[in-house]
Each structure stands twice: as C-alpha cells, then as structure tokens.
Ligand binder design. Structure first.
Ligand code: NAG
Length: 255
C-alpha cells in the first residue's frame, strides 16, 4: 500500500486538469447533441451560464438575444430570427460543420435574468462568445449599421472566428408568384375590356391612382421603411419593457 503513496502524490496536481477535461468533453458532447436536434439551441438562464459563459470552453457560441413571443410585438425580432435560422442551417448542414461553433438563442421570456446580467437594453441583439476570454466590443454585432441579413452575419462571424459559412437560402418563389399574379390580373382586365379601352384615358381614374400612390409614399409606414427605426430611446423607469419601431427595449434598473 505504501508504494502507491508517492505515485498518487505526484498525480494529485493533475486531478483538477483531468476534471476540467472531463467537464469540457461533457459540455461539448451535450452541445453537439442539442445541435443535432435543432440548428439553433434554445437557452434559458441556467443553460446560458453553464454552456456559454462558464469555463471550460473550447468552442465559440453565437447568441441571439430576442423576444419572439407575439405579445412582445417585436417585429424586427421575427425578421432577424428568420435570417439567423438561415445562417444556422447553412452551418449545420455544411460539410465544414464541427464542434467549433454553436448557434443559440435566449428569449426574453425564458431568460430575462440573462438580459439583466449582461445589461442588455434592446432586442434583437447578436453576440459572439469566443472560445477564449471575454467578449470584446466587436463581439456585439452592429445591427443598426449593418442590418441583419444572413450574409452580413456570416461576414461578421468569419471576422470574429475563423469559421467561414456559405449562406444557403431555400429558394423563395413568393415574389415571382405575386408578380405573375399581378401581370395576369392586369392582362385579364385589359382582355375583358378589349372592345372598350377608353377607361385608360379616364382622367379621374388616373388622378385617383396618383393620389393613392402619394398617400402611400407620404405615410409614416414608408418613412419607417426608408429611414429605419430610430434607436436612442431609453426609459428611465425601472425594469420596463416596451416595443418601439419593431424593436424591444428593456430599461435596466439602475443600481
Ligand atoms: C474541445 O474539447 C473536446 C474535449 O477534449 C474535444 O472533443 C473537442 O474536439 C474540442 N473541440 C475543439 C474545437 O477543439
């Protein structure tokens, strides 16, 4: 028995390293299991702290902070979510897919504590948690300046990690179908009225159409569409959540 003593004495400094390794392997395995089921892993506060924030980690994590519950009225969240899903699927089904990078999401209604912890005051927000060290300033995606198209997100990811993702979009035919429908409608109308095309010279008709266009263009909707939603709104009240211009704003408690 005594002969084992020096050996275990020598090995004892290695024990924490072994435990660390074991923990890491377990975490990587769990993340892989989740991402095999869904390309974007949903996280609540506990999962986020364990798998995204806490060491040991040797993988990068992308996190989308969002509010997808309909009652939050965050329309930008929904659009950003679609782009994020496209990107995550592109990564998940690419031949380069590995355990280097994972895509996750934290919804305000499942992880409000995370929003508070990170001092996050609006949604949607994209963040990168690097494999080593804390996130820096550039690890928060500048959604206001760049927009949230999958291609832009992919560029940013390539910049922050060494992972290149080629965005693959499922084909979208809705625009083509709408155009075909419009053309056939107008064509059909002209065909039905082929013996009586005088209505084309009807001034009142054209005036009405012109007014419709003018009203649509001067409406607030078009203003929003072109200008994009302004951003710098902070509510001094405690912990209030509100939606404005399609974003969700969370006023943090001032300690
Ligand atoms: C991270 O560590 C685990 C466990 O040691 C290993 O299986 C995995 O391949 C590592 N991942 C990377 C990206 O090095």
């Amino acid at each position: 028995m005594m002969s084992f003593f020096p050996l275990s004495f020598c090995l004892s400094p290695l024990l924490p390293v072994l435990i660390f390794q074991n923990m890491l392997a377990e975490k990587v395995e769990q993340m892989m299991e989740w991402s095999s089921r869904r390309s974007v892993i949903r996280m609540n506060g506990d999962k986020f702290r364990r798998f995204v924030k806490a060491p040991p980690r040797n993988y990068s994590v992308m996190v989308m902070f969002t509010a997808l519950q309909p009652q939050r009225q965050c329309s930008v969240c929904r659009q950003a979510n679609e782009e994020y899903q496209v990107l995550a699927n592109s990564w998940r089904y690419s031949s380069a897919f590995s355990n280097k990078l994972f895509f996750t999401v934290v919804d305000y209604d499942e992880g409000a504590d995370v929003f508070q912890q990170l001092n996050m005051n609006s949604a949607p927000t994209f963040m990168h948690f690097p494999a080593k060290g804390k996130p820096k300033r550039a690890d928060t995606f500048d959604l206001q300046r760049i927009g949230f198209a999958s291609e832009q997100l992919a560029k940013w990811i390539a910049d922050r990690t060494d992972v290149q993702i080629r965005v693959f979009r499922p084909p979208n035919y809705s625009g083509t179908i709408a155009l075909a429908l419009l053309v056939s409608l107008v064509g059909g109308l002209l065909y039905l009225r082929r013996n009586n095309l005088e209505f084309i010279y009807n001034k009142t008709g054209w005036a009405m159409a012109a007014l419709c266009v003018v009203f649509a263009m001067t409406s607030g909707q078009m203003w929003n569409h072109i200008r994009g939603p302004p951003y710098a709104h902070k509510n001094p009240q405690n912990g209030q959540v509100m939606s404005l211009n399609g974003f969700l704003y969370i006023a943090q408690r001032i300690p």
